[in-house]
Write a protein that binds this ligand. Structure first.
Ligand code: SAM
Length: 207
């Protein structure tokens, strides 16, 4: 029970050595396919201003940064150790104003209205304490016609693997669709895909 609680806390907000040296690299490996599919739908352009929420080990940021040559690649995470790691890694790009890494929560994004052209988030949604509020925040910080790419493991697979024991919330496709529509997103599409670990959904919507 104590171990379960510890694991639940680490998964939702990694800390210490485990957060720094274990979870980041582990997620980069295990979530590679989810992030690659997200990248395809994100279609980063040179002048885009892109935010990745819950960047973890930074797999997606690493691929977005070289593509947005005249824009901005930003990352936000609730884990201080992951934020520190990422800031150290992109110190020069941050200084040059091409990269911005912030500590924060999806539910209260520390950016002005209409600041980004695109927002992504991969396997982070189910840790948010208030997912509809997070989606509403994303809508607020997106420019008109801006795009959201929200990727997450399917409910059935999370339940099958017992992740619900660790405090993870699971969402049906219809629930997430409804959340996006309620926030104001249009042209909502759900692309189902999978890898050897799970089935996942990549949901896109436009402001
Ligand atoms: C399973 S990891 C996924 C990491 C990465 N996106 C990937 O695909 O490998 C979930 C990430 O979401 C972050 N996170 C959890 N709750 C959050 C919240 N409320 N707001 C922002 N990030 C959050 C965690 O710290 C963690 O880095």
């Amino acid at each position: 029970m104590i171990f379960q609680r510890y694991l639940a806390r680490q998964l939702s907000q990694p800390t210490g050595i485990i957060g720094k040296f274990v979870l980041g690299p582990l997620w980069n490996k295990r979530n590679a396919t989810l992030n690659e599919v997200t990248l395809v739908h994100l279609e980063p352009q040179e002048e885009d201003r892109i935010l990745d929420i819950g960047f973890g080990g930074g797999y997606l940021l690493e691929r977005v940064i070289p593509k947005v040559k005249r824009g901005l690649a930003a990352g936000l995470d609730v884990s201080s150790v992951l934020v520190e790691n990422c800031r150290a890694r992109y110190r020069k790009d941050i200084k040059a104003g091409r990269v911005d890494i912030q500590w924060g929560r999806a539910e209260a994004l520390p950016y002005p209205d209409r600041y980004f052209t695109k927002v992504s988030s991969v396997n982070s949604l189910f840790y948010w304490s208030d997912a509809p509020q997070g989606v509403a925040e994303i809508y607020r910080i997106l420019q008109e016609k801006g795009k959201l790419v929200l990727t997450y493991t399917c409910k059935r697979d999370l339940e099958k693997k017992g992740f619900v024991r660790y405090g993870i919330k699971t969402y049906e496709e219809a629930e997430v669709r409804q959340m996006l529509a309620k926030a104001g997103f249009r042209e909502i599409k759900a692309i189902r895909s999978g890898d050897r670990h799970r089935e996942f959904i990549c949901m896109t919507g436009c402001k």
